[in-house]
Ligand binder design. Structure first.
Ligand code: HEM
Length: 202
C-alpha cells in the first residue's frame, strides 16, 4: 500500500515537472525574450500575460500548486532517496547528482524571483522593463540570475532525460544515448534564450 502511494507520488512528481511546470518554463523564457526587441516589446508582451482573464486561477492551478508539489516532494527525494548509481556510467552518475543540486538551487532562485517580481506586483509595484533593468544594474544580481536561470534550465533539460526513462520512453542504451544528445541541445537552446534575455536589460 505504502509502496503504491510512493509509486504514485513519484509518477506525479515526474509528470508535473514536465506538464505543466516545464511547459510554463519554456513559455516564460520565450515571452521574456521580447526584452531583446526593446522596452516597448517587452512591456506589451508582459502586459498581455499579466492581463489574461482568470489570471490568478491560471497561476494557482498551472504554476503554483504543481510547482509546490514538485518542489516539496523533490526536496524529500533529494534528501532521502538512495542513490541508484551503480546502474549507469560515470556521466549519468554526475547528472543524477547535479539533478538534485540544481533542484535545490532552483528552489532558492525561484523563491527570490517570485518575491522580487510577482509578489511586488501584487503590492502594486510596476513590474516592467525599467524595473528589471534596475535589478540588473547590480552585477551581483546579474550573476545571481545567470546562476538561477542556468540551474533551472539544466534541471528541466536533464529532468527530461530521466522523465523519458521513468515513463518507459527510452528503454535501450541507444535510445538513452540519443536522449542525452537531444536534452543537451534543449539545454543549450534554452540557455541562449534565457541568457540573451538577461543581457537585454543590462
Ligand atoms: C521550474 C522549476 C522546475 C522544473 C521545470 C522541474 C522539472 C523537473 C523534471 C522534468 C524532472 C524529471 C522527472 C523524472 O525524473 O521523471 C525533475 C526531477 C526532479 N526535480 Fe524538478 N523541476 C523544477 C523545480 C524543482 C525544485 C524547486 C525542486 C526542489 C528541490 C526539484 C527537485 C527535483 C528532483 C529531486 C528531481 C529528481 C527526481 C528523481 O530523480 O527521481 N525540482 N524536475
Amino acid at each position: 500500500m505504502a509502496g503504491n502511494r510512493e509509486f504514485f507520488n513519484r509518477r506525479l512528481h515526474s509528470l508535473l515537472g514536465v506538464i505543466p511546470v516545464g511547459v510554463f518554463l519554456i513559455q516564460h523564457l520565450v515571452v521574456n525574450n521580447f526584452a531583446t526587441r526593446g522596452a516597448d516589446a517587452f512591456n506589451s508582451a508582459a502586459g498581455f500575460m499579466g492581463n489574461l482573464p482568470f489570471r490568478i486561477f491560471l497561476e494557482i492551478f498551472i504554476i503554483y500548486l504543481p510547482l509546490l508539489f514538485h518542489a516539496i516532494y523533490g526536496l524529500y527525494i533529494a534528501f532521502t532517496a538512495k542513490n541508484n548509481v551503480s546502474r549507469y556510467g560515470f556521466f549519468r552518475n554526475w547528472m543524477f547528482f547535479l539533478q538534485r543540486i540544481s533542484g535545490i538551487i532552483t528552489l532558492i532562485f525561484l523563491a527570490w524571483h517570485v518575491w522580487q517580481t510577482r509578489i511586488q506586483a501584487a503590492f502594486g509595484v510596476a513590474v516592467d522593463f525599467n524595473m528589471m533593468a534596475e535589478i540588473f544594474s547590480s552585477p551581483a544580481m546579474i550573476v545571481f540570475y545567470l546562476v538561477g536561470v542556468i540551474s533551472t534550465i539544466f534541471h528541466f533539460s536533464n529532468g527530461l532525460w530521466s522523465f523519458a526513462v521513468s515513463w518507459g520512453l527510452t528503454t535501450t542504451p541507444r535510445s538513452q544515448q540519443i536522449a542525452s544528445y537531444v536534452t543537451i541541445i534543449i539545454f543549450i537552446a534554452l540557455s541562449y534564450v534565457g541568457i540573451s534575455t538577461i543581457f537585454a536589460f543590462v
